[in-house]
Design a protein around this ligand. Sequence first.
Ligand code: Z5A
Length: 210
Amino acid sequence: MNPGLFIAFEGIEGSGKSTQQIRLAEHLERLGHDVVCTREPGGTATGDRIRAVLLDPALAELTPTTEMLLFAASRAQHVRELLRPALARGAVVLCDRYLHSSLAYQAWARRLGRDAVLAANAPAVDGLLPGLVLLLDMPVQDAFSRAAERGRLDRIEQAGRAFHDAVRAGFHAERELDPTRFCTIDATGSADAVFEQVLAAVAPRLGLVS
Ligand code: Z5A
């Protein structure tokens, strides 16, 4: 059996990850691929319960360490219940956020540090890293104006502009540390223009003819 391909969509809030994930899934399914679309936090029933706690605006007292451990707990369940079985049967797994979100948000923006976040996540990911990280990159202000159209903000969205600038810088730092895993996508253009770049990044990994 072919090993599957694990692709993570990363980037700041409102950068178009979900939009591009859906487009890519539809495209690959039309070509006959077995595609699994999932997200973090969440992706399993247990993960969805953890997600509800993490994003609840009423839980303002959640500490950065608690937050980091809850993201890792959701990931531990996700890896074992969904990601590894899907990859083992040869599926293309498209995941909206994974470990690099914990590095950008908790290690860099919440300032817990890479060592702490990697240590907390080691048993969760159990060695499973994406073959490709698509970093949808754009200025925070532009992404916020897209997201603002959706109304009420969750707990992490409420963290403010400086926090989200630090998240973007965190993603850039992670890309410098692991350049072959990352592919930067200019997320400022139209959804069609962004999808062209996504497809160009994915095509060689799946042997697609463009
Ligand atoms: N988090 C963390 O801290 N640590 C972790 O380890 C993990 C996550 C895994 C999850 O929130 C939160 O958890 C997130 C990070 C943190 N918090 N923040 N901030 P989520 O899953 O609810 O939300 P999100 O991942 O941040 O995604 P999002 O808000 O849904 O944004 P998106 O998926 O990147 O964008 P979108 O939904 O595709 O598009 C946003 C809007 O823009 C929408 O109206 C689209 O129609 C529109 N759009 C999309 N593309 C375009 C283009 N190209 N042009 C114009 N308009 C567009």
